[in-house]
Design a protein around this ligand. Structure first.
Ligand SMILES: [Zn+2]
Length: 282
């Protein structure tokens, strides 16, 4: 999954780190991340010294986000990055392209920075009184100097259900999304719900099925949707007749272990759960 970056380590604890010219930075445009393409086509994260302009000014704008292997990394928000500062050999692309066997940490870093970028961009002004927000000095937060409103990073919980019926797993395909591969039932937790009740609701809404007691599989941070995903296996309870929610899904079907194709994504918990079932680990 995306967080499996050993032997590398990401440290998200709040700190006051100062950027250096060789520091990695993140910049985004409509969900795409600024990257440098190597001669062999591989994408890497840029460093601050690649930008043109005064480093003293760039330093003031750079927001510390986290460290990887004790290397502090920084975010430059779109409003703080003039297009003229970006050299021609840097280009925006999907953060998934950063995933390579020898730099697994880069995809996690890029997607997590994207999550933070989205949150910072939505909290430049106070939602209560409209004043310009300040950066928190003791914790990661945006603080209104006028009315005292404090905003913490927003993480939306998502539940994912791998529903099984003996040797069969319920797999789906999304309607109207770019991803066309196999998926599992998933959705955001509503206010007032436990993870378990959200799971029951999502399975009923999307495919019209009842489930037995969910068993926790694992979780993963998923900055693409500002969320953390909790995955559960659960057995079908009662009829296996699917009633499809066509607004959400284009297809839902029961596949036996032998019918499930190997899932190649090294990043997603969806693939990890489908693979665990296919390989009889569950
Ligand atoms: Zn305010």
């Amino acid at each position: 999954m995306i967080q499996d970056i050993a032997p590398h380590k990401m440290d998200n604890s709040f700190a006051h780190e100062k950027p250096r010219p060789e520091s990695v930075f993140f910049a985004f445009q409509k969900g795409n991340i600024l990257m440098k393409k190597g001669a062999d086509g591989t994408q890497t994260l840029p460093t601050l010294d690649m930008l043109s302009g005064s480093f003293e000014e760039i330093k003031e704008r750079a927001i510390y986000v986290f460290s990887v292997d004790e290397r502090p990394m920084f975010l430059l928000m779109r409003k703080d990055l003039d297009e003229g500062m970006i050299p021609e050999d840097l280009e925006y692309g999907n953060p998934r392209e950063l995933y390579q066997e020898d730099q697994k940490w880069a995809a996690l870093a890029g997607v997590t920075a994207g999550h933070l970028n989205h949150w910072y961009a939505e909290h430049v002004y106070c939602g209560c009184c409209g004043s310009l927000m300040d950066f928190g000095t003791k914790e990661r937060a945006m603080v209104c100097p006028k009315c005292g409103n404090i905003q913490y990073p927003r993480i939306s919980p998502v539940v994912m259900a791998a529903v099984t019926d003996g040797d069969k797993l319920l797999v789906t395909r999304y309607a109207g999304r770019p991803y066309k591969g196999l998926a599992l039932i998933a959705g955001f937790v509503e206010i007032g719900e436990s993870l378990e009740s959200a799971l029951r609701r999502e399975v009923m809404e999307e495919v019209g099925l009842d489930i037995k007691e969910p068993r926790y599989f694992g979780s993963q941070p998923w900055g693409f949707s500002d969320s953390v995903i909790s995955g559960f296996f659960t057995e079908l309870d009662g009829s296996s007749q699917i009633r499809l929610d066509r607004d959400e899904l284009s297809e839902a079907l029961w596949l036996s272990r032998d019918e499930i194709p190997p899932q190649e994504s090294p990043l997603s918990i969806t693939a990890a759960m489908i693979e665990a079932f296919r390989k009889r680990e569950i």
